[in-house]
Write a protein of this length. Structure first.
Length: 324
């Protein structure tokens, strides 16, 4: 009887181990390529650095590229695909037309393919590059779980990203739909500490907020004067730094701007309309040791898990802009 119970125990234990192994195999993990392409992260870092050292302004767009990828069809590299005669890809959607840095992703992919052909996905490269560009502009460095595979579908019509015009209720709903919390919302918004914004994304706030030629009352009037010098009415080509004077350095200055009513977007100003996000902003600007860097890495990992393709789903693209 005892032997029979012992056998059942070991059998159950073995089944549990097999199940655990299979579920881990289907998910992402740090060091996924440790045996198949052990130098992948070094290759990604070196190639990315060769661009950022010459053009640090690419750090913002490359970070944003990961966000834009993950919020549409999950983190599957679909934002990288080119349009075809029969399909308009995500790149063509208005929110993605300002994305830059595709040449960096292509160069990284080429370098990785030379070392490990057909092994590393474009989706993973986007995630690794996003981490590296943040680190290269004095931001945090976090461990990126890998193992994503590339999607084969990319449609402009499916692009529904959180816009810079959303209020706090809409922002919370948009992030919640992707499994992201209110804390993730305020933390990932902190990515606006690097990069630029084109005039049309905020011009309504400084010229015609309610359709009566007025300004947004939540925006600092002195900042409105400054922005009007940078962006004349109807200007669709000029741009401004999202974090003036610090747009090439990853730091907590973004939260200081928001607290002073100088957040550039309505979605930035909206962070003062919720108790949880407002408290977080206060903690980052008043603490001797802000938690933002650590929090940002955690939220990026969480975002990087949205709708991933793993196992045998999707493919490993040879070129990031076209399916195999």
């Amino acid at each position: 009887m005892a032997l029979r119970l012992l056998f059942k125990f070991f059998l159950s234990f073995a089944v549990a181990l097999c199940y655990l192994h299979s579920t881990n195999a289907q998910g992402l993990k740090v060091g996924f390529y440790s045996k198949t392409c052990p130098d992948v992260e070094a290759i990604v870092q070196k190639t990315t650095a060769s661009f950022i050292s010459r053009a640090p302004s690419l750090s913002g767009p490359l970070l944003r590229m990961h966000f834009h990828d993950c919020f549409v069809r999950g983190c599957d590299g679909s934002v990288l695909l080119n349009s075809t005669k029969s399909n308009q890809a995500e790149k063509e959607a208005v929110p993605n037309q300002s994305l830059r840095g595709f040449q960096v992703i292509d160069a990284v992919k080429d370098a990785v393919e030379k070392e490990c052909p057909g092994v590393v996905s474009c989706a993973d490269i986007v995630a690794l590059v996003a981490r590296d560009v943040v680190s290269m502009v004095r931001g945090p460095h976090w461990k990126v779980p890998t193992g994503r595979r590339d999607g084969v579908v990319s449609r402009a019509s499916e692009v529904n990203l959180p816009s810079p015009f959303l209020n706090i209720t809409q922002l919370k709903a948009s992030f919640s739909q992707k499994g992201l919390s209110v804390k993730d919302l305020v933390v990932l918004s902190g990515g606006h500490t690097i990069g630029i914004a084109h005039c049309p994304t905020f011009s309504n706030r400084i010229y015609n907020f309610t359709g009566k030629g007025d300004t947004d009352p939540t925006l600092d009037p002195n900042y409105i004067t400054h922005l009007r010098i940078k962006c004349k009415q109807g200007d669709v080509t000029s741009f401004v730094q999202m974090d003036p004077g610090s747009s090439k350095i990853f730091d907590t200055d973004y939260y200081k701007l928001v607290s002073k009513r100088r957040g550039l977007f309505q979605s930035d100003a909206a962070l003062l309309d919720d108790d949880e996000t407002k408290v977080y902003i206060g903690l980052q600007i008043n603490s001797a040791q802000p938690s933002f860097f650590n929090d940002f890495g955690e939220s990026m990992v969480k975002m990087g898990n949205i709708g991933v393709l793993t196992g045998k789903a999707g493919e490993i693209r040879k070129k990031c802009a076209v399916i195999n």
